[in-house]
Design a protein around this ligand. Structure first.
Ligand SMILES: Nc1ncnc2c1ncn2[C@@H]1O[C@H](COP(=O)(O)OP(=O)(O)OP(=O)(O)O)[C@@H](O)[C@H]1O
Ligand SMILES: [Mg+2]
Length: 228
């Protein structure tokens, strides 16, 4: 593979709880090419979210290295990581992590503010992104006033509003009915066609089929060789 964008090298992530040691990831190596759309699949507890969080710089490995776009990120400070994420990555978390006191629109506008976009234009951009995920009529609602599927779509809009080159998404259709899931799958396909690199976790065959490649995990390891 020529243009490696994400390079996870011999990564182990251990959780220690008292005397117990749990290997969430065990010597995992994986690469994702620029522009690739990869679906990560595997049973509950197999390490999917752990892997995604390491790629997104949300968590750090116990051993091994994580490289993204030629930069080693697992050794960066929290501050440097926060800045790095702003320009490189959009993340949709498994449990959304929307800010509860901000409206849908404010949640989606926040990444633009953090990046220092001029006030003029921020709102229009955030509204357009919310419209794209079908939430044009929910702008002023708080997360607590939205359904699970609506919150999930706000989280996707927030992850995409900066137009990051990489999208990481943890079960982005997990709370959607089939019509809305189809809409999101179509959006993800469109983004992949436009060259965005996408790594997403899913249990859903429809979504896995939309990806270029599937990476299967089991018990903290890659279950079968990537087929590129
Ligand atoms: N903060 C933590 N402390 C201790 N153990 C953890 C922690 N986070 C994850 N684990 C453990 O690491 C393993 C992998 O968890 P992970 O969340 O990556 O699984 P997953 O594949 O995303 O599962 P699911 O499909 O249920 O979301 C699990 O056994 C989990 O219990
Ligand atoms: Mg998970």
């Amino acid at each position: 593979m020529t243009d490696v964008l994400i390079d996870v090298q011999n990564v182990t992530r251990v959780y220690t709880m008292g005397a117990r040691t749990l290997y969430a990831l065990r010597d995992v190596s994986a690469q994702v090419a620029r522009g690739e759309f990869v679906a990560v699949v595997g049973p509950s507890g197999s390490g999917k979210s752990t892997l995604l969080n390491l790629i997104g710089g949300i968590d750090k490995p116990t051993n091994g290295q994580v490289w993204v776009d030629g930069a080693r990120i697992d050794t960066l400070s929290e501050n440097a990581l926060a800045k790095w994420r702003r320009n490189h990555i959009g993340i949709v978390f498994q449990f959304f992590q929307l800010l509860p006191t901000l409206t849908a629109l404010e949640n989606v506008t926040l990444p633009l503010e953090l990046r220092g976009d001029p006030a003029r234009g921020r709102r229009a951009r955030a509204v357009a992104m919310l419209e794209r995920v079908g939430l044009g009529a929910r702008l002023t609602q708080l997360p607590s006033e939205l359904s699970g599927g609506e919150q999930q779509r706000v989280a996707l809009a927030r992850a995409l509003v900066n137009d990051p080159p990489i999208l990481l998404a943890d079960e982005p259709t997990g709370n959607l009915d089939s019509a809305n899931a189809e809409g999101i799958i179509a959006l993800l396909r469109e983004l992949a066609d436009a060259g965005k690199t996408i790594v997403l976790i899913t249990h859903e065959a429809n979504l896995a089929r939309a990806a270029h490649r599937t990476l299967a995990m089991r018990d903290g390891e890659i279950a079968r060789a990537p087929n590129f």
